[in-house]
Design a protein around this ligand. Structure first.
Ligand code: NAD
Length: 474
C-alpha cells in the first residue's frame, strides 16, 4: 500500500508504540515499515517484537530492517525521525564538560532552554542529521512524502528544515498532554474541556481553558488557593510552584515541558530547583535527569531481554503479559507493555493517527509544529510554532488561536526563546562560531572570555565532533 521509514528505530519504546499503533488501525493492512538504525542489536530487538506484535494482533504489516539511511527513505511516503546522534551518553559527556567550566547542568541549559536533551549549541551532529534526512526525503521519498519529526530539538529542527528543504514536514511532541494532567490533578472531567495551547515547542501556553462552557481558569485559581502539589516523580511538574509562579507572571498557564523551560529564577542550583519543582528538583536537576536516564536504560535493557526471550520461546504470547511477567519483573515496563498490547488503546503518540488522517481522510485534531504563517500574532511567519490543527487528506488546517496569547508570553517568553533559536540556527547554517560565543556571553554563568573559549574548544575537540570542528574552522 505504502512505505513508512522509522529512522532511529532502535529507540525501542518509541518504535513499539508507533508499530503497535499501526497494528491497531484496520486500514493499514499492507503497509511496509522499514526500521532503520545504526545500532544493529537494538534494531534487531525492535524487529523481533514488531513481527510478534504484528502476528498476534492479526495485522499484515511488512517489516524490513536496514542500517542504510538512503535505502530506508527510498520510496517512503512517510518518514518518522526519532534518531538521536550520539545518544544520551554524548549529551552526558557534553554536560560534564559544561559543568567543569562553570555551567551548571551544561552550556545548553539556558534561560527558556532547560530541557536536558534539547541541545542547540553543542548538537551539531543532530541538526546535521535532521537536514540529511530531510534532503533524502526530498530526493528519494515518494512524491509529496512527509517527514514526521519526533527527535529533539523539535523547535530548531522544524524551523531549520522547513526554511531550507521544500518538503511536507511536521514536528510532534506530547507536551500538550500537560492539559490532561492539569485537569486530572484538579479533578476535572477531560471530556468537558475546551482547550487550546499555543507557542513554540517546549514553550506552549494555555490560551483557552473552558470547563463545561465556563471559564476553567477560575477552577485552576481555586485549586491553587487551597492546595500545594507534591510531585510523584521528577517530571510531575504541571502544578509545581514553578508552573504556578509562571502562570502568575505571564497570565497564562505554561503547559508540559514549558514548565521545565523556565527562567533562571527557578534553576540557579539544586536547592533553587527543589524549592520550585519539589523534592526531586524537577526533571532537569541532577536527581531528576538521573532518574530519567535510569528509566530509559532499564526499559531498553528490558526490551532487549524480552526480544531474546521471544526468539528463544516463539510460542509465548506477547498479548498475554502473565506468560512472561515473572521473567520481566519491571514495573515501569509493565505499564508500557500493557498499553502496547491493548488492541483498543493507542499510545498517545500522534504520528500514526496523523498518517491515518492524511491517508484515510479521517479528520482529527492534533497539536503540530509547523511554520507560523500568521497563526500567532507577533511572531514571524518563518518560525515553527506549536499549535492545534485539524488534519485530513487535504493537509494541516491550523485552528484560529483564540483568545490570544498574553502580551507577556509573546514579548518576554517567546521572543527571547525565538532569538536563541535564531542564533543557534545562524551559527549552524553559516558556520559562524562567534554567534555561539555570543549566546554564551549573554549567559549569567559566564565570567570571562576564557571560559567561553575553553568550554567550546573542549566540546569541539571531542572525537564525536570532528565534523563540527572542521565546519566551524572553515
Ligand atoms: P535513544 O538514544 O534511546 O534512541 C535513539 C536511537 O537513535 C538509538 O537507537 C540510536 O542508535 C539511533 N541513532 C543514533 N544515530 C543515528 C543515525 N545517524 N541514524 C539512525 N539512527 C541513529 O534516544 P531516545 O530517548 O529514544 O530519544 C530519541 C529522541 O527523541 C531524542 O532526540 C529525544 O529528545 C526525543 N524525544 C522526543 C519526544 C517528543 O515528544 N517529541 C519525547 C521524548 C524524546
Amino acid at each position: 500500500m505504502f512505505k513508512v521509514a522509522i529512522v532511529g528505530a532502535g529507540s525501542a519504546v518509541f518504535s513499539l508504540r508507533i508499530i503497535s499503533d499501526f497494528t491497531k488501525i484496520l486500514e493499514f493492512k499492507d503497509v511496509e515499515i522499514c526500521l532503520m538504525d545504526i545500532d544493529e542489536s537494538r534494531l534487531n530487538s525492535t524487529y523481533i517484537l514488531a513481527n510478534k506484535l504484528n502476528e498476534e494482533m492479526g495485522a499484515k504489516l511488512k517489516f524490513k530492517t536496514t542500517t542504510n539511511l538512503e535505502e530506508a527513505i527510498d520510496g517512503a511516503r512517510f518518514v518518522i525521525n526519532t534518531a538521536m546522534a550520539g545518544g544520551h551518553d554524548y549529551l552526558e559527556k557534553v554536560r560534564k564538560i559544561g559543568e567543569k567550566w562553570g555551567y551548571y547542568r551544561g552550556i545548553d541549559s539556558q534561560e527558556f532552554n532547560m530541557v536536558s536533551d534539547y541541545y542547540t549549541i553543542s548538537n551539531f551532529n543532530q541538526l546535521d542529521l535532521f537536514l540529511k534526512v530531510a534532503r533524502l526525503v526530498e530526493e528519494k521519498g515518494e512524491k509529496d512524502a512527509w517527514l514526521l519529526q519526533a527527535a529533539n530539538p523539535v523547535f530548531e529542527g522544524t524551523t531549520l528544515i522547513l526554511r531550507n528543504v521544500p518538503i511536507n514536514m511536521v514536528g510532534f511532541c506530547h507536551g500538550h498532554y500537560g492539559v490532561h494532567r492539569l485537569a486530572e490533578v484538579i479533578g476535572l472531567d477531560i471530556s468537558k474541556l475546551d482547550w487550546q495551547v499555543a507557542g513554540v515547542n517546549h514553550g506552549i501556553w494555555l490560551n483557552r481553558f473552558l470547563y463545561d462552557g465556563k471559564d476553567g481558569y477560575k477552577v485552576i485559581d481555586e485549586w491553587i488557593g487551597n492546595n500545594v502539589y507534591e510531585p510523584k516523580h521528577p517530571f510531575d511538574d504541571q502544578l509545581s510552584l514553578a508552573a504556578i509562579d509562571m502562570y502568575k507572571f505571564y497570565g497564562q498557564m505554561p503547559i508540559g515541558d514549558t514548565v521545565r523551560n523556565s527562567s533562571w529564577k527557578y534553576n540557579y542550583d539544586l536547592e533553587t530547583k527543589k524549592k520550585w519543582y519539589g523534592k526531586f528538583g524537577g526533571a532537569d536537576s541532577q536527581i531528576g535527569w538521573k532518574w530519567y536516564q535510569n528509566n530509559i536504560k532499564e526499559i531498553t535493557e528490558t526490551i532487549n531481554k524480552l526480544a531474546n526471550f521471544v526468539s528463544m520461546n516463539p510460542n509465548i504470547k506477547l498479548l498475554d503479559y502473565n506468560t512472561y511477567k515473572d521473567y520481566m519483573n519491571n514495573e515501569i515496563f509493565k505499564e508500557e507493555i500493557e498499553s502496547i498490547i491493548n488492541p483498543k488503546k493507542f499510545s498517545g503518540e500522534q504520528h500514526v493517527p496523523f498518517i491515518d488522517s492524511i491517508v484515510n481522510n479521517k479528520k482529527q485534531r492534533f497539536v503540530v509544529n509547523i511554520l507560523n504563517n500568521g497563526a500567532i500574532e507577533g511572531i514571524d511567519n518563518d518560525v515553527a510554532v506549536e499549535i492545534p490543527a485539524w488534519v485530513d487528506s487535504s493537509g494541516i488546517h491550523p485552528e484560529q488561536i483564540m483568545p490570544k496569547l498574553s502580551e507577556r508570553v509573546i514579548k518576554y517568553y517567546l521572543k527571547p526563546r525565538i532569538m536563541r533559536m535564531e542564533m543557534a540556527l545562524e551559527a549552524f547554517t553559516k558556520g559562524d562560531i562567534n554567534v555561539l560565543k555570543e549566546l554564551l556571553f549573554r549567559d549569567p554563568r559566564t565570567r570571562s572570555e576564557e571560559q567561553v573559549e575553553g568550554v567550546l574548544n573542549e566540546i569541539m575537540n571531542l572525537p564525536e565532533n570532528a565534523k563540527m570542528r572542521e565546519y566551524y574552522k572553515r
